[in-house]
Design a protein around this ligand. Structure first.
Ligand SMILES: Cc1cc2nc3c(=O)[nH]c(=O)nc-3n(C[C@H](O)[C@H](O)[C@H](O)COP(=O)(O)OP(=O)(O)OC[C@H]3O[C@@H](n4cnc5c(N)ncnc54)[C@H](O)[C@@H]3O)c2cc1C
Length: 429
């Protein structure tokens, strides 16, 4: 089912609609009694981030009909610079979804990472320690590949869907309503997948008495700079320094993504490129500092760090997946990977429901996801605690952090534990 595109009122909206149409993205037909359109699908997906798009693609492969509603434009979604490190299980899911050709051509396979403290760089060799690797391939590229695949199969995606609201979630016939181009649209479905991120409407549609929330907000953020400069090293460099954490990461062999820890009170405007490069150089070892190639930033932003889990991840016919249900600080590179693992479990559960009329996996979805999520939450919290300077760290705390780092680079067992978690724990059956 492919929806044709309405011509929304207003010149600005018309221009966006034309741009979307040229890009091949779909928005809904119009004209039902409310001036909008009613669609009937098996699964309504809210949010066209990586979770929603990957779910849509895997369901389509399984012959399950799904429509996606996204509040932003496709270009806006593609413009968000976020994750870049993929676990092997995420790569395998993208293969299963049929969108891994470019990933395998352009992605960088990394055998390990570097930890840098006391001015020295130490390598943690994943391949040698646990026989696995990670792949560096930007979230933007994954999103682009998934969008193209969705357009190719003609599956419906409504961009710029406003006022999205979920209804009758505790019945067998839930509905999702939205506004688009001045019209009101409705999707009737069997299930709703809430893939609309931390600020989305899905989690907020669950009565608060049914949800338990666990949260930790960190007293600092990451100032990130994207630049068309080569990375300082072939693998990521994580630095613990008295001035604060730093990370030298990359998206390709010619595009770098660097971060420095900053207080939450900092503003991007106060960080001209030169100041950023000087600060980064001061926090890394001398080899990394001398290899650092600077250049104009092509994106610069400050991201707050948060740990968050909402339990359970299901309410009636609504299933949450990805950032809609949980957030991790990016230190462990887990956010996107957790979104992918939720999608893996949800796809299997929906396939079992439709093919075998068996709801055991749907009923176990939340508990199964949460077991993996809490392990990733622990790892991400631990990496954050290990590598950042906290405002209230006293002399005792600083010595404990130092001892933890010494143990990590001096003990094969400790290094293997980091490696096992960083490359990603296996899915449960
Ligand atoms: C600044 C930043 C940096 C990050 N860096 C890393 C990193 O280095 N490594 C890592 O692993 N993870 C990182 N993450 C986390 C990672 O990007 C997320 O975990 C991942 O995007 C989760 O995907 P998602 O699809 O669940 O949610 P999202 O990517 O947030 O997608 C949700 C989508 O839903 C849409 N939406 C929201 N509300 C509505 C609504 N009411 N109706 C319709 N659509 C709606 C949004 O516009 C969005 O497109 C970072 C996150 C941020 C914010």
């Amino acid at each position: 089912m492919v929806d044709s595109m309405p011509i929304p009122a207003g010149r600005k909206a018309r221009r966006r609609a034309v741009a979307n149409r040229r890009a091949g993205y779909t928005v809904p037909d119009q004209k039902n009694e409310g001036g909008g359109r009613t669609m009937r699908v098996q699964v309504a997906i809210v949010g066209a981030g990586p979770a929603g798009l990957l779910l849509g693609q895997l369901l389509a492969k399984a012959g399950i009909d799904a429509a996606i509603l996204e509040q932003r434009t496709a270009d806006y979604v593609l413009g968000r610079i976020r994750a870049g490190v993929l676990e092997q299980t995420t790569v395998e899911l993208l293969e299963e979804a049929g969108v891994a050709t470019r990933l395998h051509r352009e992605g960088l396979v990394h055998d390990g990472i570097h930890l840098c403290f006391d001015g020295t760089r130490h390598r943690i060799d994943f391949r040698e320690l646990v026989g696995k690797t990670v792949t560096v391939y930007g979230q933007t590229e994954i999103t682009r590949d998934l969008m193209h695949a969705r357009v190719a199969i003609g599956a419906p995606t409504v961009y710029e869907a406003e006022q999205v609201s979920l209804h009758d979630l505790d019945s067998a016939s839930p509905r999702v309503r939205y506004a688009s181009g001045g019209n009101v649209g409705q999707i009737e479905c069997d299930f709703v997948a809430g893939c609309d991120g931390f600020h989305g409407v899905s989690r907020q549609s669950i009565p608060s008495s049914m949800l338990r929330v666990f949260e930790r907000v960190y007293p600092f953020g990451w100032l990130g700079v994207l630049s068309d400069t080569p990375p300082v090293a072939p693998e990521l460099v994580y630095a613990n320094h008295p001035r604060g954490f730093a990370l030298c990461s990359m998206r390709s062999t010619t595009r770098s993504r660097h971060y420095v820890q900053v207080p939450l009170s900092e503003r991007v405007e106060d960080w001209p490129d030169d100041r950023f490069w000087d600060e980064l150089r001061s926090r890394v070892d001398s080899d990394s500092a001398s290899a650092l190639v600077t250049g104009p930033s092509i994106e610069k932003s400050i991201a707050p760090l948060r740990s968050f889990v909402a339990e359970p991840m299901r309410y009636g016919r609504l299933f949450l997946a990805g950032d809609a249900a949980h957030i991790v600080p990016p230190t462990g590179a887990k956010g996107l990977n957790l979104a992918a693992s939720d999608v893996h479990y949800l796809t299997r559960a929906l396939v079992r429901h439709y093919r075998q009329n068996d709801d055991a996996l749907l009923n176990g979805y939340s508990a199964r996801c949460l077991r993996r999520i809490w392990r990733a939450e622990r790892f991400s919290w631990w990496m954050t605690s290990l590598l950042h300077r906290f405002p209230d760290t006293d002399a005792f705390g600083a010595r404990i952090q130092q001892a933890d780092l010494d143990y990590l680079v001096g003990s094969r067992a400790a290094a293997a534990s980091l490696a096992e978690n960083y490359v990603g724990l296996p899915f449960e059956d």
